[in-house]
Design a protein around this ligand. Structure first.
Ligand SMILES: C[S@@+](CC[C@H](N)C(=O)[O-])C[C@H]1O[C@@H](n2cnc3c(N)ncnc32)[C@H](O)[C@@H]1O
Length: 303
């Protein structure tokens, strides 16, 4: 893959109309970016679990050293965010507790989001770890942009009937869907080979779409210091956000950005399945079973 050297001595691996992808250390790249110029940062660093990365990093540091390193790039994140800009930090609850303490001193806490995400195996003598932590902070007192997606009602996959009982509240529910809470149970790990862009660690596009939709508008600037397979950059590309990307080993992200056909299709499905009370799929099942919601319009006859 062609690599260009910038005036600042950085390796620029790929550019698109909206973004640029660097191969290099996140601290070097972030130090080259202007203060207060970024609307949203999403960071999914290595979790210090002793994993092997293509970049050959040390993922088994002493805990204090790992947190010192995290503070060095987090302080860059704080510098880069514009007033009202958002930081989303994805990690194990254990590390996010400590990093949250640091961020509390520099940014304004918004939410600690628990994402139901069962990736590991039960551990003897411990509770089964079934969620990841997504911390959400903003620079300054309040977010400049905040429009969380609304979610469809959870329906039975067989008959389309709603899973929870909404009793007499049905007719007053927002037809655009249910309010997003700080517990996300509808994000599944990337498992199907068709959606795998690297061996491990790729986050689902749905997670990044939700984060970017909440804290940015088309044209906003998004930065992710740990690109991996490039999920953040692809979500930004497909939704018209500008982006700055980097990784010590950026070839996976560059390859994915060169052919986004699968991601484009997935993003179109994601867009159709939010900000509505019923997904098209559920609406069809419900119509077939004669279930009519008080505010629901019958679907047009396909013939
Ligand atoms: C957990 S993965 C990110 C996965 C990504 N969110 C995705 O959806 O594919 C962490 C990434 O950080 C990269 N990395 C580790 N240390 C880095 C550093 N100092 N600078 C830039 N990238 C680094 C690793 O190479 C790895 O690809």
């Amino acid at each position: 893959m062609e690599m260009a050297r910038t005036k600042a001595g950085l390796n620029l691996l790929k550019t698109t109309g909206l973004g640029r992808l660097y191969e290099g250390d996140c601290l070097d790249v972030m130090r080259s970016v202007e203060s207060g110029s970024v609307d949203l940062i999403f960071a999914d660093p290595p979790f210090n679990l002793g994993k092997t990365y293509a970049s050959g990093i040390d993922d088994a540091m002493d805990g204090a050293r790992y947190l010192d390193w995290c503070e060095s790039w987090l302080s860059e994140c704080v510098r880069l965010l514009r007033d009202g800009g958002s930081l989303f930090l994805w990690n194990l609850p254990k590390w996010n507790l400590a990093m949250g303490g640091y961020l509390m001193r520099h940014l304004t806490f918004r939410h600690s989001i628990a994402v139901d995400f069962k990736c590991g195996m039960p551990v003897r003598g411990r509770l089964y770890p079934a969620h990841y932590s997504l911390l959400y902070f903003v620079k300054g007192p309040r977010p400049a942009i905040f429009h969380p997606d609304r979610l469809p009602l959870q329906c039975c996959r067989h008959c389309g009937g709603e899973v929870h009982d909404y009793g007499g509240k049905k007719s007053v529910m927002n037809p655009s869907g249910v309010s997003l809470s700080d517990v996300w149970t509808d994000i599944s790990p990337v498992r199907h080979a068709k959606f795998k862009n690297r061996e491990a660690n790729a986050l689902p596009l749905k997670l990044l779409d939700r984060v970017l939709s909440m804290g940015t508008d088309p044209g906003s600037v998004v930065l992710d210091p740990f690109g991996g397979s490039g999920t953040t950059y692809v979500a930004a590309e497909l939704t018209g956000r500008r982006w700055i990307g980097m990784d010590l080993h950026a070839a996976d992200a560059a390859r994915r950005l060169s052919d986004m056909a699968v991601d484009r299709k997935l993003m179109s499905n994601l867009t159709n399945e939010k900000n509505t009370l019923f997904t098209d799929r559920d609406a069809r099942k419900r119509e077939k079973a004669g279930m009519i919601w008080p505010t629901e319009k019958a679907l047009p006859n396909p013939n």
